[in-house]
Write a protein that binds this ligand. Structure first.
Ligand code: TRP
Length: 337
C-alpha cells in the first residue's frame, strides 16, 4: 500500500470563482478519489500574508476555500486536507532550506523579477522598493510545503512550474550536503484543467476583477452572467462560438453532445439574451446541490474546523518524525539523553 503523495496548496486570499473551479478545484477533487494516490491539499495561509495584509480577508478566505472544497465532495478519508499554519514543521523546514537555497536562484524567481521590473519601469531609485522578504523567499516556503511531505507530483498552473523546479534544486542541494532525505518533486500541469474567460473576455482572474464567484446566490449569479461582454450581433445573425465567452464557459461545464447542440444554435443566430439564460440555467443547476452544502457549512464553521484539525493530525503524524530526522541530519540535537 505505497500510495504516491500528490500535493498542492491554495493561497487564502480570495473567494473561489468559476475559473478556480474548472481549472484547479474540479480536477483536484476528481484526483482525490484515485485509490493509488494520497492527496495532500492545504490552505496556504502563510503564503497569503505575502500578498494580503488584511487579516479579516485572510481568515474569511480560509473559511470560504475550506467550505468550498468540502461542499464539492473532497474525500477527506483519502485526502489529507489541512491548514499550513497548523503544521509548524513547515516553517522549521523553511529555515533549514533557506540555509542551503542560493540567493542567486531566488533572484531569478519570476514574481520577484516582475516586481523589480515594475520598479525599474517607474524609474524608482530603489529596484527593490516595496518588495518584502516574504515575496523574495516565497519559493523556499513553497519548497518546504512540498518536500516535508515527500510529494512526487505537484499539480499546479503553468505560472508555478518554475517554483517546482526551484524546489527540486533546493532539495538536491540539501541531499548533496546532508544525505538523501528528500524526494525530488515534479510539476503536474493539469491536462483536465481548463482556462476560463471572465466577464470581460480576458482570463477569469481575481487580479482582473472579472470573476464569477462559484457559490454566488442564484439571483446574483444571474446578474453576473448577464454582465458578460458579447459582441453586438443581432438575433438571427450567425455567431462564432469559438470567440465567445459565453460559449467557452458553457463548454467547461456541459457534455460534448450538449455543446454540439449549442454550436448549432450559434450557427442559427441565437440571441445573446437567450444564450445568457441558457448558460445561467446550466451552471445554476450544476452547482445548486454543492451550493446548498456550502451554505450549510458556512453556517457551521465548527464542522470545517474539525475537518482541518483531523487533517492537521494526519499531516503531523508524518511531519513531526521527519523534522526530527532532518534536525539530526543538520546537527541540531540534544547534547545528552
Ligand atoms: N504558490 C501557489 C499558488 O500561488 C500556492 C502554493 C503554496 C502551492 N504552496 C504550494 C502549490 C505548494 C503547490 C505546492 O498557486
Amino acid at each position: 500500500m505505497n500510495k504516491a503523495p500528490v500535493l498542492t496548496g491554495i493561497t487564502t486570499t480570495g473567494t473561489p470563482h468559476l475559473g478556480n473551479y474548472v481549472g484547479a478545484i474540479r480536477p483536484a477533487i476528481l484526483a482525490s478519489k484515485d485509490p493509488n494516490v494520497t492527496p495532500f491539499y492545504f490552505l496556504a495561509d502563510y503564503h497569503a500574508l505575502i500578498k494580503c495584509q488584511e487579516p479579516e480577508r485572510v481568515r474569511q478566505s480560509s473559511l470560504e476555500i475550506a467550505a468550498t472544497w468540502l461542499a464539492l465532495g473532497l474525500d477527506t478519508t483519502n485526502a489529507v486536507f489541512y491548514r499550513q499554519s497548523d503544521v509548524p514543521e513547515i516553517l522549521e523546514l523553511n529555515w533549514m532550506l533557506s540555509c542551503v537555497a542560493a540567493k542567486g536562484l531566488m533572484n531569478r524567481a519570476h514574481a520577484y523579477k516582475a516586481a523589480v521590473a515594475e520598479n525599474e519601469q517607474d524609474q524608482s531609485a530603489d529596484a527593490d522598493k516595496g518588495i518584502t522578504m516574504g515575496l523574495f523567499s516565497y519559493p523556499v516556503l513553497m519548497a518546504a510545503d512540498i518536500l516535508l511531505f515527500k510529494a512526487q507530483k505537484v499539480p499546479v498552473g503553468k505560472d508555478q512550474i518554475q517554483h517546482i523546479e526551484m524546489a527540486r534544486d533546493i532539495a538536491a542541494r540539501f541531499n548533496h550536503i546532508y544525505g538523501e532525505h528528500f524526494v525530488l518533486p515534479e510539476a503536474l500541469v493539469e491536462v483536465n484543467g481548463a482556462t476560463l474567460a471572465g466577464l470581460d473576455g480576458r482570463k477569469m482572474s481575481k487580479s482582473y476583477h472579472n470573476t464569477i464567484p462559484l457559490f454566488e446566490p442564484e439571483k446574483k449569479l444571474k446578474k453576473l452572467i448577464n454582465k458578460i461582454v458579447t459582441n453586438s450581433l443581432l438575433p438571427g445573425e450567425p455567431k462564432d462560438p469559438e470567440s465567445c465567452t459565453l460559449f467557452s464557459i458553457y463548454q467547461a461545464f456541459a457534455t460534448p453532445a450538449e455543446v454540439e447542440i449549442i454550436r448549432q444554435h450559434y450557427a442559427a443566430g441565437i440571441a445573446w439574451g437567450e444564450m445568457k439564460n441558457n448558460l445561467f440555467e446550466y451552471i445554476n443547476q450544476h452547482i445548486a446541490p454543492a451550493r446548498e452544502r456550502y451554505e450549510a457549512l458556512m453556517q457551521t464553521p465548527e464542522h470545517i474546523e474539525a475537518e482541518l484539525q483531523k487533517g492537521a493530525q494526519k499531516a503531523r503524524a508524518l511531519s513531526v518524525p521527519f523534522i526530527q530526522q532532518l534536525r539530526a541530519a543538520v546537527g541540531i540535537a540534544k547534547l545528552s539523553r
